[in-house]
Design a protein around this ligand. Sequence first.
Ligand code: P6P
Length: 338
Amino acid sequence: MKSISLIQFLIEEKRAGHINSELSLLIEVVARACKRISVAVAKGALGGVLGNAGTDNIQGEAQKKLDVISNEILLEANAWGGHLAACASEEMDDPQPIPDAYPKGHHLLLFDPLDGSSNIDVNVSVGTIFSVLRCPDDIDEVLAEHFLQKGTEQVAAGYVVYGPSTLLVLTFGHGVHEFTLDREHGSFVLSRRGMTIPAQTSEFAVNMANQRHWEAPMQRYIGELQAGSTGPRGRDFNMRWVASMVADVHRIVTRGGVFIYPLDARIREQGGKLRLMYEANPMAFIVEQAGGAATTGRERIMGLQPTGLHQRVPVFLGSKDEIDVVTRYHLESDDSRA
Ligand code: P6P
């Protein structure tokens, strides 16, 4: 089969009217930046890039050196092209406007430059997650409030997983497509077109160590999966937890499953662990485009009206039939307490 490069795919998408030239350039630039991140990640100890940077992000989390390096790579790559108005990142308190020296575009880019970075020092897959919104027209200065758009407003979303292969998975709202980095030629090549998530699954991903802190409907749901063929589900389930959202989500987009980071008593005040704008929303867009579902346990993630750039939410995503069950359990539990 003739290989199709990312560039050829983007030209196809432009011809189909799915994207415009500015968005095409944005994705090319992000993909090129992620190739540089892949090189930095692969160097590991030899590149002097492991360990902590000695700083904390706005979440109060210790930044790894590669968090900071990856953030800088994405900012530098996107500064001059004229396709963006501003960027926002997990690693920056506030949005970063495009420098005055360069032309501004009509898109906003949000990213978690290196998700799962606690895994870097033990050589487990990590990834970059990104989301693209339209910049509101007729504004002089881009403010955080301009990023606070619902997930349904995204014009593109994707992730790059730095694993045995470096893979870019992308959606423009017309299906989910995977590109594999051909290191010999330095280009991303289409490896899967139209990825779909089976509605049924026997695999779940959750950090079981937090079980005692979960809400009742979450206890009920996972308890039933653990009961397997001896319980109400009548079949056995399997568990995976990489503790790197990109790796767990990619497995689900590839072969099905559910990924859950629920509310629990420890994190109730902050609303959850994972961030809405640059983790939950882009992954929800991809999962829904692949035929899956993504909720907070109570409502569709992409329907949420954001209230803060670094807002956290509970995340239930993956095979639709299972997300429907666990979401129903939460709503039934709320009704019974009402
Ligand atoms: P825990 C990584 O820090 C991350 O944000 C996600 O990539 C991952 O799914 C989750 O947190 C892991 O959280 O509590 O199991 O370490």
